[in-house]
Design a protein around this ligand. Structure first.
Ligand code: DX5
Ligand code: ZN
Length: 214
């Protein structure tokens, strides 16, 4: 069954520990943590210290999404903070293979993300090295944007390319009860959702709906 990774980007930042606990109680499989540097994307969120401080509030997998220009300089600190999976962007100017091996050296899962305008082919050289692909359904930077259906085509294309390799496909941005069924049908393994989960009066029900269980 598909996994749901609520994004903390839509949480109340004055009580992140409590927010993480409530997501865990609601059945979140993973917690998606959006790190932005105001350079790779036009927004700034939080860094490794915040992740370290919320780590003790849940045993859920920490799925860290780095939207930063130089992931290479920060891998060690995100590992120390408690990241389980570290995803960075194929559009970064850092040496991608080098960043992948840094993450693997720490025995953590590695993800590569692609923006809506980037071609799936950019990922091909790295497929033998990664555990997850994060397909963006929006331009990274902000929550609450509308889903771009180009993500569905990419998921389907990636399914073909991946074949029997053990790589999870995650989709991030604009995922809600309306767009989730198409993402699942296209072959997504993980659904990231910020706005939809946090705007719902009942987070547990929202997560169930994303999974396709009414
Ligand atoms: C966007 C982030 C997403 C975002 C998803 O740059 O990577 O994780 O929080 O938010 P929603 O679900 O609100 O589109
Ligand atoms: Zn994200």
């Amino acid at each position: 069954m598909v996994k749901v990774a609520p994004s903390l980007l839509s949480a109340d930042f004055s009580k992140l520990g409590k927010e993480v606990e409530s997501l865990t109680r609601a059945g979140a499989d993973w917690i998606h943590l959006d790190v932005m540097d105001g350079h790779f994307v036009p927004n700034i969120t939080f860094g490794a210290n915040v992740i370290r401080d919320i780590r003790s509030h849940t045993n859920a997998i920490f799925d860290v999404h780095l939207m930063i220009s130089h992931p290479k300089d920060y891998i060690d600190s995100f590992v120390q903070a408690g990241a389980d999976c570290i995803t960075f962007h194929v559009e970064t100017k850092d040496n991608i293979a080098a960043v992948i091996s840094m993450i693997k050296k720490h025995k953590k899962k590695v993800g590569l993300s692609i923006k809506p305008k980037t071609k799936v082919a950019e990922l091909i050289p790295y497929l033998p090295m990664i555990d997850l692909i994060l397909v963006m359904g929006v331009e990274p930077g902000f929550s609450g944007q509308q889903f771009n259906p180009v993500a569905l085509k990419k998921i389907a294309e990636l399914k073909e390319l991946i074949g029997k390799k053990k790589i999870l496909i995650s989709v991030d941005g604009g995922v809600n009860d309306i767009t989730a069924p198409a993402c699942r049908l296209a072959g997504a393994d993980v659904l990231v959702a910020g706005n939809y989960v946090f705007k719902s009066a009942d987070k547990k029900k929202a997560i169930k709906l994303l999974k396709g269980n009414a």
